[in-house]
Ligand binder design. Structure first.
Ligand code: CDP
Length: 223
């Protein structure tokens, strides 16, 4: 089973996808972490984030994998917390907009999706993949497609809280708005709400309620 979840920055995709994957006992795929890992590598190597060819070379060479909890590994070493740093936040959307970078990452994402879905056992197999183009480009035939949204203010509040800086919500709101604009207007694989996706507005929902809604959808699918 492939479950694809998209939505703007800090809309709660990771939390929802991670908890859903855990509940179903299937793979969790955080594709944002992959673009963050490429960006981290670009910055570490002093590559110019606007240089498409150089960023593509980094994306083609990087060795990305995930630990059992779904946390990103770069060359086998933990990518957290550096992949969430402000330096990465500032440049990730530019790096992720290069088609060559996307081509390299999408190939890895599809491979992970295939591996997670393969197998003949009666157990549920599959992946919960979250990002910006899971429903539109990477897994257009997903069994379940979800578009998670929350108001800019609520998303900034949550992200600031998550980072341990509740007083900096306004700054976070500006960063999220800038990335949303960039991610929605780029040429290759912009963030879009596809037809047929379940739209979930989460301002008034707790993470547990979001999970519950998603579980209901999966149960309806499985009959
Ligand atoms: O967690 P947050 O919403 O802040 O961001 P993320 O999901 O970690 O994604 C970071 C950035 O990676 C996004 O702002 C996009 O520029 C890019 N991204 C993308 O282009 N395609 C994806 N499938 C996932 C992320």
């Amino acid at each position: 089973m492939i479950i694809a979840i998209d939505g703007p920055a800090a809309s709660g995709k990771s939390t929802a996808a991670r908890s859903l994957a855990k509940r179903l006992g299937i793979t969790f795929l955080d594709t944002g972490a992959m673009y963050r890992a490429v960006t981290l590598d670009v910055l570490r190597r002093d590559v110019d984030p606007t240089d498409a060819a150089a960023c593509t070379a980094v994306a083609e060479a990087i060795e990305i994998s995930f630990d059992v909890e779904g946390r990103i590994l770069i060359g086998g070493a933990p990518g957290e917390p550096e992949v969430r740093s402000e330096a990465v936040n500032r440049r990730v959307s530019e790096v992720a907009a290069h088609s060559g970078v996307r081509r390299a990452m999408v190939a890895v994402q599809r491979r992970i999706g295939e591996q997670a879905s393969a197998g003949a056992s009666g157990d549920l197999r599959g992946v919960v993949a979250e990002g910006r183009d899971m429903t539109s480009v990477v897994f257009p035939d997903a069994d379940l497609k979800v578009f998670l949204v929350a108001s800019p203010r609520e998303r900034a509040r949550r992200r600031a809280e998550e980072e341990g800086h509740p007083e900096r919500a306004a700054e976070y709101e500006a960063d999220l708005a800038r990335r949303d604009e960039y991610d929605s207007t780029r040429e290759d694989s912009p963030l879009v709400e596809v037809e047929g996706a379940l739209r979930l507005e989460t301002d008034e929902l707790t993470p547990e309620q979001v999970l519950q809604r998603l579980i209901e959808e999966v149960e309806a699918l499985r009959g």
